[in-house]
Write a protein of this length. Structure first.
Length: 418
């Protein structure tokens, strides 16, 4: 089936889901979760083929994004069940007004219709996106990257089985079979067929969608995430947060890419940072972090001098740019100049500094004394997420069910004319 045929099929099937009640959608979600578990051997076999083809073609750290295990497939199924347990976002009464002329205006949430997602590398996005789309009453057209095609295809087929078992059309969930740029361009320009386009991937993909899409498009985030270590920080806490934010899973968008350190503690803190992220990890047989240092930091600890692009790069690897700043206001200015608006954190025991940082940093998620790795739909209680929006219109931050519906006005009268 061509990309356009897939879109037309989704458009034709969407009403079956838009008009479905909560019980029907939840039954479908539970059937889809069970189908994932039933098809786990086939999914892992397909994933093994993708991994084999990707070896030597992508960095090892990116292979982790691609890799599936029984535990990860089980987590995908659990994520679908968690979405099923959430309140239905469709049909909520947002506002009601009784007009002087007797008209009653109701503002009510409704499904988007057809949601298209263009994404890269991570096959778990397939199940997350479909679960959220189904619960929010929309058909879902997926276009994954070629490096994960076999994995995505196996997952999509399992999810379609679940839909059919629940009495819904399988065309409500579709994986575009063409992984060339042509298919992505067709989705971007499918006016009248796509109601919402969500790109989820690297800066190049998101830039292409934002610049070329003629359908409504959500700008999801590349994550140049910052952690500022204030002069009033607990050093042990700061090191724990930094190692978690940088090293727990460096290939994801909520991983830290920049560390800013207050000048008053730099000579004491930076050697401890080097010991923790470089020497200490090497001693444990773990991947050390390569530090890209500004001029001041380079005068205190060993590392690679930071180049002109290092504070504007989403490394997605064991690399951390480090700069020394004058104070919290300087940290805020640095973040304003270099951030992508995803997630930033301050580590401090000073309430005034924390308040200034929280108020002054204009990103989707701002943390005080916590890791940026919590910017995630599951961690925010959304079940899972469609992506992290770094724009301000319609959606911002982790996109869950509430961000995947629109609204309309229903006006009830008794013969009024104007």
């Amino acid at each position: 089936m061509t990309t356009l045929e897939t879109l037309h099929a989704a458009r034709g099937a969407k009403n079956a889901l838009m008009l479905a009640d909560s019980e029907t959608k939840n039954q479908a979600l539970h059937a889809m979760a069970q189908a994932l578990l039933d098809q786990c051997p086939a999914i892992l076999q397909a994933n093994a083929a993708d991994l084999q083809a990707a070896k030597g073609q992508v960095p090892d750290v990116m292979l982790d994004r691609l890799r599936l295990t029984e535990e990860r497939v089980a987590a995908m199924a659990q994520g679908i069940r968690e979405v099923a347990a959430l309140p239905d976002p469709v049909g909520r009464l947002l506002a009601e007004e009784h007009c002087p002329n007797g008209l009653v205006l109701q503002k009510v949430t409704v499904p988007m219709g057809v949601i298209a997602i263009i994404y890269e590398s991570r096959p778990n996005v397939t199940s997350d996106a479909v679960a959220l789309a189904v619960k929010s009453g929309s058909a879902c057209v997926l276009r994954g990257g070629k490096e994960a095609f076999q994995s995505n295809n196996a997952i999509a087929r399992a999810l379609q089985r679940g839909l059919v078992a629940a009495g819904l059309p399988e065309a409500l969930v579709s994986l575009v079979q063409d992984t060339s740029r042509d298919s992505a361009a067709q989705l971007m320009k499918a006016s009248g067929l796509v109601d919402l386009l969500i790109p989820r991937g690297g800066a190049g993909l998101i830039k292409a969608c934002v610049e070329n899409a003629t359908v409504p498009c959500i700008q999801t985030g590349t994550g140049i995430c910052h952690i500022y270590v204030d002069k009033a920080a607990d050093p042990a806490m700061a090191l724990d947060i930094l190692e978690n934010a940088k090293c727990s899973r460096p290939s994801v968008c909520n991983a830290a890419e920049v560390c800013l350190v207050h000048r008053d503690i730099a000579r004491d803190f930076l050697p401890r940072l080097h010991e923790r992220l470089v020497a200490g990890r090497q001693a444990q047989g773990l991947a050390p972090v390569q530090l890209r240092l500004d001029e001041t930091a380079a005068g205190i600890i060993p590392g690679t001098p930071a180049g002109p692009e290092d504070f504007d790069t989403e490394f997605l690897d064991y690399v951390l740019a480090v700069a020394v700043v004058e104070d919290v206001q300087a940290a805020i200015r640095h973040i304003e100049a270099h951030s992508t608006g995803h997630s930033e954190a301050i580590v401090t025991a000073d309430e005034a500094a924390a308040a200034a940082f929280a108020a002054g940093v204009d990103s989707a998620a701002v943390y005080v004394n916590a890791s940026t790795r919590f910017t995630d739909g599951g961690q925010f209680g959304l079940g899972c997420e469609m992506g992290i929006s770094t724009q301000k219109l319609h959606a911002r931050g982790p996109m869950g069910l509430a961000e995947l519906v629109s609204y309309k006005y229903i006006i009830r009268g008794s013969g009024q004319i104007r």
